[in-house]
Design a protein around this ligand. Structure first.
Ligand code: CO8
Length: 258
């Protein structure tokens, strides 16, 4: 399969997907999300693959949903299309374990995508954040729910309300990532870890993943749906238009509180 926004390879019994839009800091455009879903479908169907690693580049795992694609959308565009839709949630539906190997920026939808994976191994230069508030919207792919479950209310609230980023050491202390490795070793270490999982009993691994998720996800679906509606509603504000336009035009946003 030929992809334009990701690269895909296999390393032994591990499927390795790298987000690959270097000029846009791996911003998660619709085409990338479609390709990611196709790659996951292929790995799920491949009996030789027992686990998947999802990574970005040394500079950015992903700097969020593509603001340039979103900037001009209105409330009815995002509500009627149920933006986001299946492509993003494909990651959460994967029955084979997915390890996120995160170096550089994991912001907005990028942080949310990493949190959709089963666990995160961070490069020592990783930075996590939900800066949507600074562009006139809120997290829309589970950030307010999964970040809060991962790091607790106080830290999640501060990050979502101010857009403050968390470095790798803070993310490990807070329990957002399982461990930190030097960035040069990140992908090899994540593949080694995924390879260990892939060497174990496939059905037992799937049952184990399902069981840990049950502890974590009860009530999550309602939270995510609620968040989606609020995220959509930000597209009815002038401040969302202003915040995203200001980013694209590389100038400070002048919010008018409407
Ligand atoms: N969308 C589109 N383009 C982006 C994005 C993005 N999220 N992030 C960076 N880029 C582009 C820049 O516009 C720039 O492009 P160009 O060269 O054409 O001007 C290029 O990538 C390089 O970026 P910078 O010049 O800004 O690089 P810096 O090293 O100076 O800064 C940062 C890197 C800090 C990562 C900075 O780019 C930044 O702040 N990016 C935006 C972060 C952000 O606000 N993310 C949240 C986005 S909203 C979101 O994710 C909502 C998710 C809800 C789910 C919805 C599903 C669809």
């Amino acid at each position: 399969m030929a992809f334009e926004n990701i690269t895909v390879e296999t390393r032994g019994n591990v499927g390795l997907i790298a987000l690959n839009r270097p000029k846009a800091m791996n911003a998660l455009c619709a085409a990338l999300i479609t390709e990611l879903g196709q790659a996951l479908d292929a790995f799920e169907a491949d009996d030789s693959i027992g686990a998947v690693v999802l990574t970005g580049s040394d500079k950015a795992f992903a700097a969020g949903a593509d603001i340039k694609e979103m900037a001009s959308k209105g409330y009815m565009d995002v509500y009627l299309a149920n933006f986001i839709t299946d492509g993003w949630e494909r990651v959460t539906k994967c029955r084979k374990p997915i390890v996120a190997a995160v170096a550089g920026f994991a912001l907005g939808g990028g942080c949310e995508m990493a949190m959709m994976c089963d666990f995160i191994i961070a490069g020592d230069n990783a930075r996590f954040g939900q800066p949507e508030i600074t562009i006139g919207t809120i997290p829309g792919a589970g950030g307010t729910q999964r970040l809060t479950r991962a790091v607790g209310k106080s830290k999640a609230m501060e990050m979502c309300l101010t857009g403050r980023l968390m470095d790798a050491a803070e993310a490990e202390r807070a329990g957002l990532v399982s461990r930190i490795v030097p960035v040069a070793e990140l992908v090899d270490e994540a593949v080694k870890t995924a390879g260990k999982i892939a060497s174990l009993s496939r059905p037992i691994v799937m049952l184990c993943k399902e069981s840990v998720n049950a502890a974590f996800e009860t009530m999550l679906a309602q939270g995510v749906t609620f968040e989606r509606r609020l995220f959509h509603s930000t597209f009815s504000t002038l401040d969302q238009k202003e915040g995203m336009a200001a980013f694209v035009e590389k100038r400070p946003a002048a919010f008018k509180n409407c």
